[in-house]
Design a protein around this ligand. Structure first.
Ligand SMILES: CC(C)(COP(=O)(O)OP(=O)(O)OC[C@H]1O[C@@H](n2cnc3c(N)ncnc32)[C@H](O)[C@@H]1OP(=O)(O)O)[C@@H](O)C(=O)NCCC(=O)NCCS
Length: 188
């Protein structure tokens, strides 16, 4: 897959190998692994997802990821030891100048550095392979300390709070926004 083109023609690799993880495109067979973690209410606490989360929701999620246009919205399943333990994606805006990342990891694998490892790999791969990309950004529910910590560690800067800007479980919540400019990026 070509990796050094301009704008939205630039393509971030569809397979990214890290020390412990393989980031690779979603396939329909991943529904079972997603169901194993996404039915956990605690996992979905800060996510705008249906509750209770069922098999149809997992099928719809995976099918949506498979159908995304890779040039505009790459989305990787995060695989560890042959199983999918989460996902990470990067949606592109403004002709590929801004990318927005989001991620999740199954609760049984929390606090082992997997989200940080996956997010760092996507940041590095994105800036390396997309020359027009000038900024990466991400947003977290202000109560989601784990996600905020991941963003601090990759390392993004806290840019501001949008008050009551997201609807999660029928409640409007504040969003904390983070960003990393290409000029601040220190390649691995
Ligand atoms: C947010 C999430 C992806 C973090 O995944 P993770 O693999 O556990 O994160 P890491 O192990 O890389 O941890 C990164 C940092 O967060 C800290 N952290 C993890 N869970 C935490 C918690 N519940 N409270 C406070 N800090 C936490 C870790 O200690 C680590 O910081 P440290 O190195 O300074 O100790 C995971 O909790 C998750 O998937 N949650 C549900 C989905 C979600 O909220 N996604 C984010 C949407 S914006």
């Amino acid at each position: 897959m070509p990796t050094h083109k301009k704008g939205l023609e630039a393509v971030i690799p569809d397979r990214i190998q890290t020390e412990r993880l393989l980031l690779r495109p979603w396939v329909l067979e991943d529904v079972g692994d997603v169901l194993l973690y996404a039915t956990d209410e605690e996992w979905g606490r800060f996510l705008p997802l249906p509750q209770p989360y069922g098999e149809e929701d997992a099928r719809r999620f995976v099918a949506t990821q498979v159908l995304l246009n890779w040039h505009e919205h790459p989305s990787w399943a995060i695989e560890h030891q042959g199983s999918v333990l989460g996902g990470i994606n990067m949606r592109l805006f403004l002709g590929g100048r801004i990318g927005e990342i989001g991620y999740s990891i199954s609760r049984s694998h929390w606090r082992r550095g997997f989200a940080t490892e996956a997010a760092r790999a996507v940041v590095n791969s994105a800036f390396h392979s997309c020359p027009d990309l000038l900024k990466l950004r991400a947003m977290a529910d202000f109560r989601n300390q784990a996600s905020i910590r991941v963003l601090e560690k990759i390392p993004m800067q806290r840019e501001g709070v949008l008050r009551l800007n997201q609807l999660t479980r029928d409640q409007l919540v504040d969003e904390v926004w983070f960003g990393l400019l290409r000029s601040e990026w220190i390649p691995d």
